[in-house]
Design a protein around this ligand. Structure first.
Ligand SMILES: [Fe+2]
Length: 321
């Protein structure tokens, strides 16, 4: 596979697993295309044309010839210049690395992270929160994140390092987060847990979380008693970063009983607690590993060798008897 094919596969898989539904995402892309067609020639030149087919602004090929063939990839959760040095060293001393894939957004993909946060409003709407409420509660938080990132991030650093070290680089964020959200949802639905304890048992059984437990970083009930009934479950796995804490009031009114997510700030947790929502937190890196693994399995099936680093717990879910 080429770098371009790998990236396109990530986006396609992300759309297929999107909690808003594949059709919804395709419709949004069509609308973006229609808007683009109406722009003037000058404005078209300024438009990020990747948005015409890739709905995930936090995932991009950042450096490298898209046509380059890839046999071996090094994949990590947080790729920065020091991690790239590891990849360079490994490539020189052991086996050649054709591409580095990071999970968390880098460079322009990080600067545009806020754009994927709109996803959260649509997911909440699918859980019964009126879309007008979900949108207006989320909007100030989205603009806050956008303002925070662009002024404080050293966005050029990692991409420059990749260029200097001659290492093609991409990041795959929301597509992988969609994959883990979808996976966890299916695992939980299969067993239909009644209480938080039963829910935690299902999550604990997932290999990446089992591995995290060894590091004392296993999933936890952060709000609610273990005997408490789960009610309707919603997920906070995808959508850039934590949304607006004010949403829990409305989520509770819409009938959401339990939130299962990767991470939650204390202030957010308290707000969920105030509105009687149970919260199970599974950990960021641990959950990111699951999403990346589901994508990486497809690369490995096509003969690409995967070398995990930067906190990725590699678990293969195919070829097992
Ligand atoms: Fe993450």
């Amino acid at each position: 596979m080429t770098i371009e094919q790998i990236f396109k596969l990530a986006v396609e898989m992300g759309i297929g697993a999107d909690m808003r539904g594949k059709e919804f995402v395709k419709k949004q892309l069509k609308k973006t295309k229609e808007k683009f067609e109406k722009l003037s020639k000058e404005k078209k030149a300024d438009f990020d044309q990747e948005k015409l087919w890739n709905p995930y602004s936090d995932s991009r090929i950042l450096f490298g010839d898209p046509k380059k063939k890839v046999k071996r990839v090094m994949v990590g959760i947080d790729v920065d210049p020091s991690e790239l040095m590891i990849a360079r060293y490994f490539s020189d001393k052991n086996k050649e690395i054709d591409l580095v894939i990071g999970h968390h957004p880098i460079g322009e993909a990080l600067n545009d992270l806020a754009d994927v946060m709109h996803l959260q409003a649509d997911v909440l709407a699918r859980h019964g929160v009126p879309i007008n409420i979900a949108e207006s509660v989320m909007l100030p938080r989205i603009t806050e994140i956008s303002r925070l990132i662009f002024q404080s991030e050293n966005y050029g650093r990692t991409v420059q390092a990749a260029e200097l070290l001659g290492l093609p680089l991409m990041c795959v964020h929301t597509p992988a987060d969609n994959l883990v959200a979808n996976f966890i949802d299916r695992e939980i639905k299969k067993q239909n847990p009644e209480t938080l304890e039963e829910l935690l048992e299902i999550i604990d059984g997932i290999p990446e979380y089992k591995e995290a437990k060894k590091f004392k970083a296993g999933p936890q009930i952060v709000t609610g008693r273990k005997e408490a009934r789960v009610g309707k479950i919603a997920y906070e796995y995808a959508g850039g970063t934590n949304g607006a804490k004010e949403i829990y009031k409305h989520a509770s009114q819409a009938g959401i009983g339990t939130i299962v997510g990767m991470h939650m700030r204390e202030e957010w947790r308290k707000e969920a607690e105030k509105h009687h929502i149970n919260v199970v937190i599974c950990g960021d890196t641990q959950s990111d590993s699951i999403g990346m693994n589901l994508f990486l399995d497809e690369l490995e099936k096509k003969g690409i060798e995967i070398i995990p680093f930067s906190g990725l717990t590699r678990v293969k879910r195919f070829g097992k008897k």
